[in-house]
Ligand binder design. Structure first.
Ligand SMILES: *Cc1c(COP(=O)(O)O)cnc(C)c1O
Length: 410
């Protein structure tokens, strides 16, 4: 407990805290491990962009996810873009993607001049299920790509268990899968790590994600061709690796450009933070699980007014990036009012998400109707995410639960 207190006091990196002056912010970064030490090493090296730290972050991340390859990039969105490009999406193609996600999951489809086909999700988990997918395939037999979001840190039903898994359904119909694992590190499904379940998975290390590099992302894959393509496209379509150019005997000016690529490499300063965060990833996960368990126990008496998140994986396999609750119709106040009351009490909350079918761009461009997404709509009417971060104090947790009780019951 002493250690927790310390990291609480020493933490000066809370944007949310500063901005809104919350007693308990929605997210609080913990960076009291080797972050400073590794950053110092980068500064001493005299080379601040991609080099040894990024390479070793890739190696360690591949080990942690049991993936064959890992490719570090400068955002989760960049990883998703590179992944979808490498899967071969072409202009005019259609791609399944859930509506209940961050816009990055869908905007990357537009980067490639392809078109999203939005899916409803299961109420409670906010995941696309094999059933939802099969139904969508029947209605859209031309679609050959699927973006799966492991919402909140819980893996979607990718593998065959009690029912046919998403991977098998996709194999049967020749559909390629890109996993948006921005919330899901470290996470497991049937003892396999997210990152090595399917062919390509993309992680985000944005400031409030389960581990952070400030800004950053990682793509993992088991496929040689995808790996080679992603490596090339992440750095200008150059035929030599960003790091090889500085370690090879061949002079660094000698390279060829074989594609019009992108500028998506991860700088070593960010990778240094990532390496330190990675060392703590399981501890952070366990800490977030402790928070989730506290909520399940202490919010149980309010279940007639509020739905708690549904899980289909054991708690220890869940990354617990989010704890999204849904206020029911019979709750004494609506979601917006609830968020206001929480803010008045000094507690930061958030909403994951306002669904994409309600966002102006997608709604107008694709003429989307809310009635086509009944579960997503039911969630959207009442969804609020409660604070989840490592080393949250028992007093903070009890204050949050007591405040919710007071807001509801008085
Ligand atoms: C954060 C996030 C992304 C984008 O990651 P960045 O690192 O911010 O680019 C993509 N998808 C989901 C579901 C996310 O939450």
């Amino acid at each position: 407990m002493g250690r927790h207190k310390n990291s609480f006091k020493n933490n000066k990196i809370s944007l949310y805290r500063l901005k809104k002056n919350f007693k308990i912010p929605f997210a609080r970064v913990s960076a009291s491990g080797n972050e400073q030490k590794y950053i110092e090493e980068v500064l001493q090296s005299g080379w601040l962009t991609t080099a040894g730290k990024a390479a070793s972050f890739e190696e360690k991340f591949a080990e942690a996810t049991k993936a064959k390859f890992a490719c570090a990039v400068n955002s989760g969105t960049a990883a998703l873009h590179l992944g979808l490009e490498a899967l071969g999406v072409k202009p005019g193609d259609r791609v399944f993607v859930p509506s209940m996600t961050f816009t990055a999951s869908a905007e990357i489809i537009r980067y490639l001049q392809a078109n999203p086909v939005f899916l409803d999700t299961e109420y409670g988990t906010n995941l696309v299920t094999p059933e939802i997918l099969k139904d969508a395939i029947k209605k859209n037999p031309d679609v050959r790509f699927l973006i799966v979001v492991h919402y909140g840190g819980q893996a979607a039903q990718m593998l065959t268990g009690d029912e046919e898994g998403i991977i098998d359904v996709c194999k049967r119909y020749g559909i390629k899968i890109l996993e948006d694992a921005a919330h899901a590190f470290p996470a497991r499904l049937n003892n396999q790590m997210v990152g090595s379940l399917g062919e390509v998975a993309c992680f985000s290390f944005y400031a409030n994600k389960p581990i952070t590099t400030g800004e950053g992302g990682m793509l993992t894959t088991s496929n040689n061709e995808i790996y080679e393509r992603v490596k090339k496209m992440r750095l200008h379509g150059i035929d030599r690796d960003v790091w090889d150019r500085f370690t090879d005997d061949k002079p660094s000016w000698e390279y060829d450009v074989v594609e019009a690529g992108y500028k998506y490499n991860m700088p070593d300063v960010n990778a240094a933070i990532g390496l330190a965060q990675l060392e703590k990833a399981e501890e952070f996960r366990t800490e977030r699980q402790r928070v989730a368990e506290y909520y399940y126990e202490h919010l149980a008496p309010l279940k007639h007014l509020m739905d708690l998140p549904v899980t289909h994986v054991p708690f220890r396999d869940h990354a617990w990036h989010l704890f999204p609750v849904v206020l029911k119709e019979n709750a004494p106040l609506n979601r917006n009012k609830f968020i206001e009351k929480m803010a008045e009490a000094g507690i930061g909350t958030s909403v994951h998400y306002k669904p994409l079918h309600r966002m102006t761009y997608y709604k107008n461009k694709y003429q989307l109707k809310a009635s086509d997404y009944p579960n997503t709509e039911k969630t959207w009417r009442g969804n609020v995410s409660l604070p989840v971060f490592p080393y949250m104090h028992e007093e903070e947790l009890s204050y949050i639960c007591e405040t919710i009780g007071k807001i509801f019951i008085g």
